[in-house]
Design a protein around this ligand. Structure first.
Ligand code: GSH
Length: 237
């Protein structure tokens, strides 16, 4: 019987063999696998019940907490785990910079490809809204899409042409491939939080059967494809 000290993790629905199509939700899921913290995983049909209206969120000790980065920091303290303990201060700094590239930039190129490309959207809407009854999905779909278009414009990436957005995404992918080089993990032989961040975003682009220049770019970087496979084999086999 679950009590308040049972960690409940809420995430958006999954597809393509992934537990969730949200990179932020998958980041948290991957980090929980990395750290072995026991939890109950719950699929939410929308992010609206989260304390910030976004997924993922958790419930623990009678409180709700949103934002994958805040959640990771809170859980690391609450459960006394630190998969980044072996990093130097400089590596901690680089990890923040890589995470910004992934969460605040590369993520939005994926959002553009999923939501704004007509052919991709026709497939994706039934996945991302798949937890809702069909009549609700039909009403909510166009409203959600308009909201995402506004978010893309607010971020800034949405004012660009599709080819320009593809170039931005390609540059991020190539930067990640160059940073990883021939290492197994972003900081050498031992995985750390940034590997969960990178895996969650890259696999969400790579596994989705969508038309995407950024996906093609990942396919052209064998070390990133090997990294995705390595992470999946270690934590999701
Ligand atoms: N900074 C947040 C971002 C979370 C986020 O943007 N989640 C998306 C799903 S991938 C979401 O819930 N979007 C709904 C919306 O913006 O309305 C985190 O790290 O958790």
């Amino acid at each position: 019987m679950a009590d308040a000290s049972t960690l409940k993790v809420y995430h958006l629905p999954g597809a393509w063999g992934l537990p969730t199509v949200s990179p932020f939700c998958l980041k948290l899921d991957a980090w929980l696998r990395m750290t072995g913290i026991p939890h109950e995983s719950i699929t939410a049909p929308t992010p609206f019940a989260g304390p910030k209206g976004k997924a993922p969120w958790i419930e623990l000790d009678g409180k709700k907490l949103g934002d994958s980065t805040f959640i990771v920091a809170h859980l690391a303290e609450r459960f006394g785990v630190d998969p980044d303990a072996h990093l130097t201060p400089a590596q901690h700094g680089v990890a923040v910079a890589i995470q910004r590239l992934i969460d605040e930039n590369l993520y939005w190129t994926m959002v553009h490809d999923r939501w704004m490309n007509e052919a991709n959207w026709k497939q994706f809407r039934d996945i991302v809204l798949g937890g809702l009854a069909l009549p609700v999905r039909r009403v909510l779909g166009p409203i959600a899409r308009r909201g995402v278009k506004k978010q893309l414009e607010g971020h800034g990436i949405g004012i660009h042409e599709p080819e320009e957005i593809a170039a931005i995404g390609r540059r991020d992918v190539n930067a990640l491939a160059a940073i990883l080089g021939d290492q197994d993990w972003f900081f050498g032989d031992t995985p750390s939080t940034i590997d969960a961040v990178a895996y969650a975003q890259l696999v969400n682009i790579w596994r989705a059967p969508f038309e995407s220049e950024v996906r093609r770019a990942i396919g052209q970087t064998p070390n990133l494809v090997a990294f995705i496979d390595r992470f999946a084999a270690k934590y999701y086999s």
